[in-house]
Structure formats: structure tokens, C-alpha cells
Design a binder for this molecule. Structure first.
Ligand SMILES: *[C@@H]1O[C@H](CO)[C@@H](O)[C@H](O)[C@H]1NC(C)=O
Ligand SMILES: *[C@@H]1O[C@H](CO)[C@@H](O)[C@H](O)[C@H]1NC(C)=O
Ligand SMILES: *[C@@H]1O[C@H](CO)[C@@H](O)[C@H](O)[C@H]1NC(C)=O
Ligand SMILES: *[C@@H]1O[C@H](CO)[C@@H](O)[C@H](O)[C@H]1NC(C)=O
Ligand SMILES: *[C@@H]1O[C@H](CO)[C@@H](O)[C@H](O)[C@H]1NC(C)=O
Ligand SMILES: *[C@@H]1O[C@H](CO)[C@@H](O)[C@H](O)[C@H]1NC(C)=O
Length: 501
């Protein structure tokens, strides 16, 4: 029933988009990519997808400074504070901070130290409708690897990507680590290294950065040189408890309540004007049916503290496929107070489970009319918000609308890309997991470049993992797409985040 009504809603959105697209004024000549502009309405505001303007690629066998394959860097991206620059020749330059998850773990989890990389980029937006070749398309968004920063937890101990089979007891803050740690997911008691499967990333103005993780699922703050400062532990309803009521952070089996295995905090974003950190769970908790009713959390991070206050929590209804499977979220991005972009997708595409992408979108949702459930019984494992996958009648969820389609055939053809057969490097990748925004400039103050990158799971026939060569049997490049979108109200957040105010 639910899936049917949801599909119906999507059809209505599609019709709305069509009728709105016919009504919006024709784009100015500088924006002719807008021949297939799609507009949607949310909370009385019209948002427009002007189309694809850039494509970039890093070959699957690219090696970073530690000797490892660069790998799945699209798990999270952020534009470094102060780096964004508009050039006189119409190009834009900056530094992209990118973060892989837990290394080449297709066969088993490995002792991969968490890290982030910096890439320089030049964006030369392409607005013409004449199709570029795949080779020429890559000149629209060019990336140059700079360096890698490895991550350490307490006592300068390396983090690990190994499955978190053990737990380190909570510790009071002391000495150089003044902020207390909750119970921490570690690889084993013999190897007490914090296990991190990094997914979200926020690059702060002072060089520190927030990252979110799948195991805890926790949120961590690191110094610019990669040392753990503080840990945020979400409410008990989200933590993985076994049937005896004990925490168990393994990603191998589902817990009895809390986040499902490998469905941790995928999305992380900040409202920089109010220092509100937002985190989203990839899909619903086990007690909420492990389907579409996922949770968005808000923390006030204006001051570092052992327990930063949870100040909001809402249910976000993710799309369902025609088979009733959730199109889980891989990232969110703050747009304006109450409004967010949400990357929701299937697993099809290059390096994925099938060739034919059915749903890969940067959508929009608003929490303006949604019920704030933080601090209520829904924060406990005993009181599901959506028992058996049916939302409690006491909760109004966020309003969710379909927006930017990554698999639009017309747009892809302009960049030598495609959806469906053949399964080669011009097929759009399967796993897109990151979003970043930057302003187009004074000529269009509500227009932004929307950057997104794929996680290639380190799939390379010429890979190196922890110094050891491997052949994953397949080459999947890191792909980057850049869309131009009209997002009224987004200027304050974007400019504050990039240091342009
Ligand atoms: C990656 O593969 C290409 C094409 O096979 C090759 O030219 C290049 O040298 C390789 N790079 C690395 C770092 O192995
Ligand atoms: C514009 O200038 C930037 C920075 O100097 C340069 O990297 C880029 O290649 C130039 N773009 C074009 C289209 O010439
Ligand atoms: C990485 O490169 C950037 C840009 O060149 C530079 O600002 C930064 O200091 C470098 N970081 C490290 C750890 O070398
Ligand atoms: C760090 O080292 C100190 C001193 O040896 C020890 O007391 C503390 O337990 C260690 N912390 C962690 C998280 O291992
Ligand atoms: C968590 O569960 C896994 C799989 O059932 C088990 O191997 C592991 O020992 C458990 N860990 C803890 C801390 O109970
Ligand atoms: C966040 O906390 C600061 C004090 O630490 C307070 O001044 C501010 O009003 C709080 N913001 C929100 C949105 O709760």
C-alpha cells in the first residue's frame, strides 16, 4: 500500500515538473544547457535544475602518496574554505577535500587507516547542447591530486577499517584529550584501534573537519592534521543493540535495534551561519522497518563539548523503488533553513549490480512542517517511530520532492556518457555518495554549481591496497559530475561555508 501511494506521489511530482518546466521563462543564452531545465516547487519556492555543465574523471589505478590506490574518494567531498575562485576567463578553481571509506574491502574488511585527500580543480562550465566526446568532456572539470592526510585517534593510534567486533569502554576526558569518549567501536581487544568507515565530511573554516561513520554510527571531529578531537554518539534509538540489549558495532550482521549493518550515518552537512550540524542515517533503523523512514539529526556545535546538544530530529521519507526497495540516501547538503539536498539512489551503473540506472537523484526535502521528535520516547529503541515500516500517526515526516536526475539521457549525451548497456567507463557509475555547492557568481545570485562524485569501491585491475597489488577484475574510474541549479535562499549558507561573505 505504502509503496503504491509513494509511486503515485512520484508520478504526480513528475507531472508537476513537466507543467512547471513549460511555464518557467526560457533560460538566458549563457545557460543554454537549460534546454531540459526541470523545476520543482517545495514550500512555495521554485528550484530549477539547469542541467549538466561539467564532467571529471580520475582513472581507477591512480596511486596516492602512501602508495595505495586513491580509490573510492567520492564517499564524501567538500570544497576547502577560502579556496573557491572565479577566474576572469570564465573558469572556476579551488581545492576539493575528498574522503574514501574503508579501503578495498570487497573480499573482507582491511586495516585501512582513514584519510582524506586534497585535489585542485579547474571547472570550465560547458553550456552548449552540441555533444562533446568523452575525452573532450573531461576538460570541463579537471582534477589534480595534491596530498593525503592520515587519521589518528587517541594517543596517536592509527584508525582502522577492520570490522568493529569489539568495544572500548567509555573514558573520561583527560590531559591532551579533554573531551570524554563514549563506548568506541574497535577492531579487536588485541588491536584496540578505532574502526572507522568514513562517509560524510564537513570542512570547517578553521581547518578542522567533521566526519561521519557507519560503525558507531558516530560523528567525529578531527584537527586539520588528522587527530581526533571529539565524538558525537547519537540517541539510543539509532545505536546498534543486540537482542540482549548490548551494543555491538559489527557491520557483518544486523543488530536487534538501531542502524542496520552498513547503513550508518552516510550524510553530514552544516548550517554554517548557526553552527547546526545535520546528520542523516542511510535508511530507517531496524525497529522503524529498515526501509524508507530514515532519521535526520541536528546538533548545536557552536561550542565543543563532551555532549553537544541534540536540538532536532525528524523523519525523512526516502523514495521506494517499483519493487518496494528503499532508494537509500548517500549524502545530504544544507540549502537554507529547513531545506536540504538529498542524494538517493539505486545500486545500478558502472561497478554496480546492473547497468540500467532507475533512480539516482539529488532530491530536495523540507522539514518546515515536520514533527521534531528529539528528546521523545522515539529516541529509545523500545518505541519505534515506524513500527513494521508504518509511520506513527503522531509524526509528520519531511516533505520530499524529486529534483536532479543523474541518468538524464540528453544531459549525459552532451558529455559522452550514457545509462544502460554497454558496461564501460562511459556508463555512469553506480555509487554516487557526495555533494558540494559553490556560487555561479554575481550574474545569477541564486544559481549554484552542484558537485557530486562517485565511490568506485577501489575497483581496479591494477590496484594497491596496504602496499600489496590486487586485481579487482574490473576498472571503475572515479567520476565527477557538476550540475548548475537554481536554489533560492542558499546564498548565505554557501558563501559562509566557502569564506566568501
Ligand atoms: C594506469 O593505467 C594506464 C592505462 O593502462 C597506464 O597508462 C598508467 O601507467 C597506469 N597508472 C598507474 C599508476 O599504474
Ligand atoms: C582559465 O584560467 C585558469 C586559471 O588560471 C586555468 O587553469 C584554466 O585552464 C583557464 N581556462 C580556460 C578555459 O582557458
Ligand atoms: C595539501 O595541499 C594543499 C594545497 O596545495 C596545501 O594547502 C596543504 O597544506 C597540503 N597539506 C599537506 C598535509 O601537505
Ligand atoms: C592513552 O594512553 C594513556 C597513558 O598510557 C592511557 O592511560 C589511556 O588509556 C590511553 N587511551 C586510550 C584511548 O587508549
Ligand atoms: C558482535 O557480534 C559479532 C557477530 O555476532 C560477534 O562476533 C562479536 O563478538 C560481537 N561483539 C561484541 C562486542 O559482543
Ligand atoms: C547553540 O548554543 C549556543 C551556546 O552554546 C547558543 O548561543 C545558541 O543559541 C544555540 N543555538 C541553537 C540553534 O540552539
Amino acid at each position: 500500500m505504502l509503496s503504491l501511494s509513494y509511486r503515485l506521489t512520484l508520478h504526480i511530482f513528475a507531472l508537476l515538473q513537466l507543467s512547471e518546466a513549460l511555464r518557467i521563462p526560457r533560460a538566458t543564452p549563457a545557460q543554454t544547457a537549460a534546454t531540459t531545465a526541470v523545476s520543482v516547487s517545495l514550500g512555495g519556492v521554485t528550484y530549477v535544475n539547469q542541467g549538466l555543465v561539467g564532467f571529471g574523471r580520475i582513472p581507477s589505478n591512480f596511486t596516492e602518496s602512501t602508495g595505495d590506490t586513491l580509490g573510492g574518494i567520492g564517499s564524501a567531498i567538500a570544497i576547502k574554505y577560502g579556496s573557491w575562485q572565479e577566474r576572469a576567463n570564465g573558469s572556476f578553481t579551488g581545492t576539493l577535500v575528498v574522503q574514501p571509506d574503508r579501503g578495498f574491502n570487497v573480499i573482507t574488511t582491511i586495516d585501512y587507516q582513514a584519510r582524506r585527500h586534497e585535489l585542485q580543480f579547474v571547472l570550465s562550465p560547458y553550456y552548449n547542447s552540441t555533444p562533446l566526446t568523452f575525452a573532450a568532456a573531461q576538460t570541463t572539470f579537471q582534477l589534480t591530486y595534491q596530498n593525503t592526510t592520515l587519521e589518528f585517534e587517541r594517543n596517536d593510534t592509527k584508525t582502522s577499517g577492520l570490522d568493529a567486533t569489539a568495544i572500548r569502554a567509555a573514558m573520561a576526558g583527560a590531559g591532551t584529550n579533554p573531551l570524554a569518549d563514549p563506548q568506541m567501536p574497535i577492531a579487536s581487544t588485541a588491536e584496540p584501534h578505532l574502526s572507522v568507515d568514513a562517509e560524510g565530511l564537513i570542512a570547517n573554516a578553521d581547518g578542522t573537519y567533521w566526519t561521519s561513520d557507519e560503525y558507531g554510527p558516530y560523528i567525529y571531529l578531527f584537527t586539520g592534521d588528522g587527530h581526533l578531537i571529539q565524538t558525537i554518539q547519537p540517541p539510543a534509538a539509532i545505536l546498534p543493540f543486540d537482542s540482549n540489549g548490548n551494543l555491538n558495532f559489527t557491520a557483518e550482521v544486523d543488530p536487534a535495534t538501531g542502524r542496520a549493518a552498513n547503513q550508518g550515518i552516510e550524510g553530514l552537512t552544516i548550517d554554517p551561519a548557526t553552527s547546526t550540524l545535520y546528520a542523516i542515517l542511510q535508511s530507517a533503523t531496524i525497529q522503524d522497518g529498515a526501509l524508507q523512514y530514515t532519521r535526520l539529526l541536528a546538533y548545536n556545535v557552536s561550542e565543543l563539548a563532551t555532549a553537544v546538544p541534540l536540538i532536532g530530529e525528524w523523519i525523512v521519507p526516502l523514495p521506494l523503488s517499483s519493487k518496494g526497495k528503499v532508494e537509500a540516501t548517500s549524502e545530504i547538503h544544507f540549502v537554507s533553513p529547513g531545506v536540504f539536498l538529498c542524494l538517493a539512489r539505486d545500486g545500478n551503473g558502472h561497478g554496480g549490480s546492473g547497468d540500467n540506472i532507475k533512480y539516482k537523484h539529488a532530491d530536495l526535502f523540507s522539514i518546515a512542517g515536520a514533527t521534531d521528535i528529539h528528546g521523545t520516547a522515539f529516541d529509545t529503541p523500545e518505541t519505534p517511530a515506524a513500527p513494521g515500516g508504518v509511520l506513527s500517526p503522531d509524526i509528520i515526516p519531511a516533505t520530499y520532492v524529486s529534483f536532479v536526475d543523474y541518468a538524464d539521457d540528453t544531459q549525459l549525451a552532451r558529455f559522452g556518457l550514457h545509462n544502460g548497456d554497454p558496461d564501460d567507463n562511459t556508463l555512469v557509475d553506480a555509487k554516487w555518495e557526495s555533494l558540494a555547492l559553490a556560487p555561479v557568481g554575481d550574474s545569477a545570485p541564486d544559481d549554484f554549481f552542484l558537485f557530486t562524485a562517485s565511490d568506485n569501491d577501489f575497483l581496479s585491475t591494477q590496484g594497491v591496497s596496504l602496499g600489496v597489488p590486487f586485481d579487482a577484475g574490473e576498472d571503475v574510474d572515479n567520476q565527477f559530475l557538476v550540475f548548475r541549479v537554481t536554489l533560492p535562499g542558499a546564498a548565505v549558507g554557501v558563501q559562509t561555508a566557502l569564506g566568501l561573505m
